[in-house]
Structure formats: C-alpha cells, structure tokens
Design a protein around this ligand. Sequence first.
Ligand SMILES: C[S@@+](CC[C@H](N)C(=O)[O-])C[C@H]1O[C@@H](n2cnc3c(N)ncnc32)[C@H](O)[C@@H]1O
Length: 364
Amino acid sequence: MGHPTVLVVDDDDDLRETMCAVLDDAGYATVAMPGGESAIEYLGRADPPDLIILDLMMPGIDGWRVREELRKLPRVADVPIVVATASRALARHPVDAAVILWKPFSARELLDAVARFSPTVSPADPALESAEVSRRALAPRPGEAILEARLDAAAVRRVYRAVAPVYDLWARLTESKARRRCLELARIRDGEAVLEVAVGTGLAFAAILAANPHGRNEGIDLTEEMLARAREKASRSGVASYRLAVGDARQLAYPDDSFDLLLTNYLFDLLPEEDFPAVLAEFRRVLRPGGRFVTANMTRAERWYQAAWETLYRVNPAWLGGCRGIRLQPALESAGFADVRRETVSQLGFPTEILYAVKPAAGV
Ligand SMILES: C[S@@+](CC[C@H](N)C(=O)[O-])C[C@H]1O[C@@H](n2cnc3c(N)ncnc32)[C@H](O)[C@@H]1O
C-alpha cells in the first residue's frame, strides 16, 4: 500500500511548507499548492489525495470557493477536508469540512486531525509533540542560508564527465518523482518550441520528444559526456525534430522570444547564487511572451534526514554533483516572471523544489 497522500492548500509559504514537513516526517506523501487556482487545477487532473488541508483566506480563489468547486468534481467530491483557518468569518460563512483546525495549531493537533482519516504509516518525531506549526517555527536559523556553490564551470565539466556513466541510477533514485512532476506541469502540446537547458543524460529530454514529436526540440548542456548519453536516448526515440548541442545557460545562442517552454532540472542548485539573475534574464529573453518556465532543483533541507545530504556536500561537493539546497522563487519574481508557483517533493530524503512560472505577455 502506498503512503496516504495529503494535499495542503495554503498561500502562506512558510506555514504550508511546515505542515508538509510535519506530515512527511509522519509518513504521509504530501502535495503542496499555494492557492485555490492551482489546487483546483491539480485536483482536476491528478489522482485524488486521501485528504485535503484547506486554508480559507487566500487571494484569488479562496477556500470557500475551492470547497464549492470540489463538489463539482465527482472524483474528489468525497475526499475529506480539514479546514485550517484563523478566520472569524466562519460563523457567518460556514464551510463544509470534516474538521476545523484553528490557527495557530501544534504539530500534534495537525497529526491528530489528519490521522482521523488516514492513519500514519510511521511514528512521528516525538519532538513534534510541542512544536507549534507557524511562521515562527520557520524563522531563519543560523546556517539556513544557501550554501556557497563550490564548483566552477571547469570543475562541473570534470565532475559530470566522471559521473556520466552512473548518473541515471542516482537521478532515478532521488529525482524521478520531481522530473515527472515537472513534465506534468510543463503540459507540452505537440508542435511547440521547447528548450531544455542542462539536459544531462537526457532523462527529461526523451519525455519531451515523446510529447512533442512534431515540434522543435532543443537541448543544451555544458558537458559533452552527459550530452552523448542524451543523444543515445534521443536517437532511440524515433523522433527527428531535435538538436542537442554543447551550450552554457549563462549565454544562450537563440534569438529573443524563441520558445514556448523552457525546462531545466538540477542546474540552479549548482550555480553560484549571484549568477541566478543573469541566467534567469537569459531564460526570460528566449521565451516568447506567455511562454512557460519549469524548473526543479535541490532545495534547502527542512528535516534532519534531508540535512544529511547537505552534510555530504560540505564534506565534498562533488559527491552531490555540486548541488546544494536553494530557494529560487524570490529570484524568479525579481526577474519579472509571473504566476510563480512552488511545490516540494522529497525522494529518499532528497529535497527538491519545483517552480512553475510564465513570462508575462507583451505590454504586461
Ligand atoms: C545534476 S545534472 C542535471 C541533468 C538533468 N537536467 C537531469 O535532471 O537529469 C546537472 C547538469 O547541468 C550541466 N550544467 C552545469 N552547468 C551548466 C551550465 N552553466 N550550462 C549548461 N549546463 C550546465 C552539467 O553538465 C550536468 O549535465
């Protein structure tokens, strides 16, 4: 039996992530959505979760409307809903929920509410008994800042030349869930112009080709040895409309407004933080107005077992291919991307953040 899945819908990034961290630790699988729009969109296409935790006061589509919309989706109409709120408006505007969880609540209260519908599959950390789930619980702690990138471009090439033969094993063990989710979010329509930056061994590129056999498919990577493996996979796809070339994310050899979709996985987590603005500006330049950007990267550890990955990085960054946990959302927003959405996925304790954003249409 798989782990029970809980969908957490809350526009407060810190609170949402803390709730997911508490539930992940207790053995649930979590999916996080930052608002009503994304939650409804997700529930319209994904397998129904076992439980939904729903905030009420959210900009755009609020929790009350989400509840109404879910009633119209037969597949999810019966999924129990735990409303998590501080709203005093509940007396005037009641909502149909299995449980009301009043904010602020403790980790224990959260787990008890969820366990009424989906029993946990592993014991919760006893330290959670008294932990309050709140912004305060996530106040920046010393050492939480993004670690420094420790591989320069030459070292990146050297490391990936060496790991190319075994890369797919690592990538499948710790990153396959996130890669799949990126492709779902990308919603490729056949005939589009798609660029993947840092294609690596072509794990996502093969799926891009399958979804876009009649479109334009471009992939670049800094390391020829990684690209060689991507070429092998692409040549087995039976699709002819692709080009794979050595290239650097910092300077893309494409005109402005060239692509409908730009995808890049596990690239930013090995770039220096000071390079994020320039690389994002370059991505924005080559996307057409309205074009989509999807990216997955290792994110900052929130749980002790995730921190173990960063400990490895501190000892020898090459063991993690130069990747350390980052948070890209603020840089994306500063770079002028719109409709930015963030989700997190954890696989073998390896924490990944997935970001979806759009280049605003001309004139916006
Ligand atoms: C962790 S791997 C990710 C590969 C692939 N995206 C995946 O998800 O499997 C990082 C890749 O980024 C490439 N890379 C690193 N810096 C780059 C840059 N500045 N421009 C393009 N590719 C880069 C490396 O050569 C390597 O293949």
